[in-house]
Design a protein around this ligand. Structure first.
Ligand code: CP
Length: 320
């Protein structure tokens, strides 16, 4: 923690855990400002990060998160450098800590990290002098995804508070589910999580959510349905009999969508496995699907996070 008198006193953004509801709302409010400006014809903004070096160190594949952090940094005027682990000295056996020390020696002003191991981002954050943003670590957290999801719900529904949000899929391996359970409950949503017994975390009782195994039951009266991908890359064994059987029980179809409220919103963090957890007719629904809007909100949300977390080093009044 730094600067306890500021609206966001944290040095890093490593997870939603540890954030107070008013701090989450502060980041959402800040992002709202960028949504409007990003829709304007000229999207090169006020250059508040000019002269700052942003390193995006991605040890795991990404399309949305990497590109939106890159666009966010560039729209704010930062010099953005992407480090892909596949082309780095990690491939020659360099340790995570040595990589962190190397990035620090280059005097980065902000580092964005995605890593396949839970806790790896904190390990790096403890060894560098600049703010670190977690772009997804193992099964642990993906805080900016949860924030952009909350921003999407707030934009479409007016508020997160009181919404019934059904999260369905591979909850066990999903950092998106974990961050969303924390974020949405902090903002006052009623969260239901649905998964086959093999893909429901044993510690689900720790979250203030209602667990379900029956998708149809969990869909009744839902305001928002958030679908998750089967994270095959994190599975060491067979967790489901087959994709076809999984789809039959847990796939979002137009028939299932009709069980939710008539104006229910469909969300998915991406990447999607069409025909497995969601059918294209639902994913591409012109009114009900907010999936591309989530991507749009991602840029604004990441601009807000980069701006807020670098205020202290930029000497912004009140953030010293
Ligand atoms: N939602 C998400 O994290 O997508 P990417 O893996 O493409 O970044």
């Amino acid at each position: 923690m730094t600067s306890p008198s500021t609206p966001f006193p944290h040095r890093h953004l490593l997870g939603i855990a540890g954030l107070a509801p008013h701090e989450i709302r502060y980041l959402l409010d800040e992002a709202e400002h960028w949504v409007a400006l990003n829709r304007a014809a000229s999207r090169k903004h006020d250059g508040r990060l000019e002269g700052l070096t942003q390193i995006n160190a991605f040890f795991e594949n990404s399309t949305r998160t990497l590109l939106s952090f890159e666009i966010a940094g560039k729209r704010l005027g930062a010099d953005v450098i992407n480090m892909h682990a596949a082309q780095s000295s990690v491939k020659k056996g360099e340790t995570l800590i040595d990589t962190a020390v190397t990035l620090n020696a280059m005097r980065a002003d902000v580092i964005v990290i995605r890593h396949q191991s839970s806790g790896a981002v904190r390990l790096i954050a403890d060894r560098v002098d600049c703010p670190v943003l977690n772009a997804g670590d193992g099964r642990h957290e993906h805080p900016t995804q949860a924030l952009l999801d909350a921003l999407t719900i707030r934009t479409r529904k007016g508020s997160v508070e009181g919404q019934i949000v059904t999260i369905c899929g591979d909850v066990l391996h999903s950092r998106v589910a974990r961050s969303n359970m924390l974020c949405l409950t902090a903002l006052g949503a009623q969260v239901r999580v649905v998964a086959p017994p093999t893909l429901m975390p044993a510690e689900i009782e720790r979250y203030r959510v209602a667990p379900f195994h029956d998708f149809n039951a969990a869909l009744r009266d839902a305001d928002v349905i958030m679908m998750l991908r089967l994270q095959n890359e994190r599975m060491d064994g067979a967790f489901i009999p087959s994709s076809r059987e999984y789809h039959a029980l847990y796939g979002l179809t137009p028939e299932r969508l009709a069980l939710a409220k008539p104006d229910a919103l469909v969300m998915h963090p991406g990447p999607m496995n069409r025909g497995v957890e969601i059918l294209s007719s639902v994913a591409d629904h012109p009114e009900k699907s907010a999936i591309t809007e989530q991507v749009e909100m991602g840029v604004a949300m990441r601009m807000a996070c980069l701006d807020v977390l670098t205020r202290r080093s930029r000497g912004v009044a009140g953030w010293a």
